[in-house]
Design a protein around this ligand. Structure first.
Ligand SMILES: [Mg+2]
Length: 304
């Protein structure tokens, strides 16, 4: 690793305690002969901090979980690379790329990691870009769980179980129109619809086991009309990637997806989810694959 680095430490991520972590990273940088800076900007300060680092020829490292990588990627100038250092409660994006969640091991990987072009999914509403998805964007039940978990005041490890229960209390499937590649239209009721760039989300759930972030395609997964108990059973199968044979699981490979909630009122659109961040829904949200839309440091095969 010869390029100067700037570590962006997300103090709200699970295993990121800036006072204890920064000295460890500093010791690694000194031992490795790496020019390293450390910063913990607020979300408001992040765009300028990322731009300043990139303008100075430094590689930004997102230290935290999926949310940290998601936020940093939104601020990256076109063509700029970044690396995720996975220390959050959910590290699905980094894990799918082969990063270790053990800090010592991940820093070893960083010594030899190489920049790779990866696809991302651009979300837009009313023809305006809203966010880029690195791994999985979701609508419906998955986005409700995420929103309830983020809003919850219970301790960290209970947030997702409590979020699941609260989202289940809101009810089951909801009607939606999906338009695949601007030609195939599906109107049906689904628990959730997920646009997948990489295989995993939700802390190791393999929603799209075969998703490849370098093939210029996304995988769209929709969970159809099963009972609440049926859904819980199905989600259990997702951890092992064994849900795809279920008759209520639909999967499409495509370049674009439009999600239009039916029977919802303006202002109460079902929210969206991307890497643990919640976004407002809309009458219509479009996801489009941006081939090689991201440049990400990935561990070399010998170090995965
Ligand atoms: Mg793909």
């Amino acid at each position: 690793m010869r390029q100067p680095l700037t570590f962006f430490l997300n103090g709200s991520a699970l295993k990121v305690s800036t006072p204890t972590l920064a000295p460890k990273l500093e010791r690694w940088a000194q031992a490795s002969g790496v020019d390293a800076h450390f910063t913990s900007p607020t979300l408001k300060q992040l765009p300028k901090a990322v731009k300043d680092a990139v303008d100075a020829g430094r590689l930004p490292i997102a230290v935290g979980g999926d949310g940290t990588a998601h936020q940093l990627a939104q601020c990256l100038p076109d063509g700029a690379s970044f690396a995720p250092l996975p220390l959050g409660s959910g590290n699905d994006f980094a894990t799918a790329l082969g990063w270790s969640s053990n800090l010592t091991r991940a820093l070893e990987q960083l010594n030899t990691a190489q920049s790779m072009p990866l696809d991302c999914l651009q979300a837009s509403q009313s023809n305006a870009p809203v966010f880029k998805t690195l791994s999985v964007a979701g609508w419906g039940f998955a986005a409700d769980v995420n929103r309830e978990a983020n809003a919850s005041t219970v301790p960290g490890s209970l947030q997702y179980p409590v979020g699941v229960l609260q989202a289940l209390a809101k009810g089951g499937t909801r009607p939606v129109r999906l338009t695949i590649d601007d030609k195939t239209v599906i109107e049906d009721r689904f628990w959730t619809v997920l646009a997948c760039n990489t295989s995993m989300a939700g802390g190791g759930m393999k929603f799209a086991p075969d998703a490849d972030p370098q093939d210029g395609m996304m995988e769209v997964l929709a969970l159809g009309d099963v009972s609440t108990l049926g859904l819980i059973g199905l989600l259990g199968r997702v951890y092992f990637g064994r849900h795809l044979g279920h008759r209520q699981v639909k999967l499409w490979r495509c370049r674009s997806l439009v999600i239009e909630p039916l029977e919802e009122e303006p202002g109460t659109w079902s929210p969206l989810l991307a890497e643990g961040d919640s976004y407002a829904g809309a009458a219509s949200t479009r996801f489009e694959v941006k081939p090689a839309g991201l440049s990400v440091l990935v561990p070399t095969p010998a170090h995965r």
